[in-house]
Design a protein around this ligand. Structure first.
Ligand SMILES: Nc1c(NC[C@H](O)[C@H](O)[C@H](O)CO)[nH]c(=O)[nH]c1=O
Ligand SMILES: CC(=O)[C@@H](O)COP(=O)(O)O
Length: 155
């Protein structure tokens, strides 16, 4: 059997970028709090966390790409909240942000984490922003650390 590659969750020395959407800010600020908590509790120095606010989830991939291209970041986290409305707008936003984040990650070789809450209603969003279903921002922080460390294992 070959090697099994599994990264630890130690964030010491990592530099992390966060891109967060202002749309539905009452939820996204909770995701940001969760992400900051997750990063710091796993050893990331607050000085090594940069946060960029964008208007909405649709804009996350563009700024994530600008950040990734600086070469400064070990991982980037996208945080946003898309809540279904009366029209098809939801589907366009969700599809583009998901595809965009995946593309930025593959094009730049920087892990970009999908820390978005995409829900049918406000209640589902609240549940995923620090109440009964955890905090998607915290989960994204742990994934960012794991991916940054995993990437280093393939150098
Ligand atoms: N409806 C939601 C949006 N819509 C805004 C777009 O993301 C974008 O900012 C605008 O279309 C300008 O390009 N954004 C969210 O983050 N969440 C939503 O529920
Ligand atoms: C997910 C959204 O974009 C949403 O806020 C838009 O709502 P609507 O479809 O009612 O315009």
């Amino acid at each position: 059997m070959g090697r099994i590659v599994e990264a630890n969750l130690v964030g010491t020395g990592l530099k992390i970028g966060i891109v967060v959407g202002r749309f539905n800010e009452f939820i996204t600020k909770k995701l940001l709090e969760g992400a900051m908590d997750g990063l710091k509790r796993h050893g990331v120095d607050e000085e090594n966390i940069d946060v960029a606010w964008v208007p909405g989830a649709f804009e996350i991939p563009f700024i994530a790409k600008q950040m990734a291209e600086t070469g400064e970041y070990d991982s980037i986290i996208g945080l946003g909240t898309v809540i279904r409305g009366a029209t098809t707008h939801y589907d366009y936003v969700c599809n583009e942000v998901a595809k965009g984040i995946a593309q930025v990650s593959l094009q730049t070789n920087v892990p970009v984490i999908f820390g978005l809450v995409t829900t049918e209603n406000i209640e589902q969003a609240i549940e995923r922003a620090g109440t009964k279903a955890g905090n998607k921002g915290f989960d994204a922080a742990v994934s960012a650390i794991e991916m940054a460390n995993l990437k280093k294992m393939f150098k």
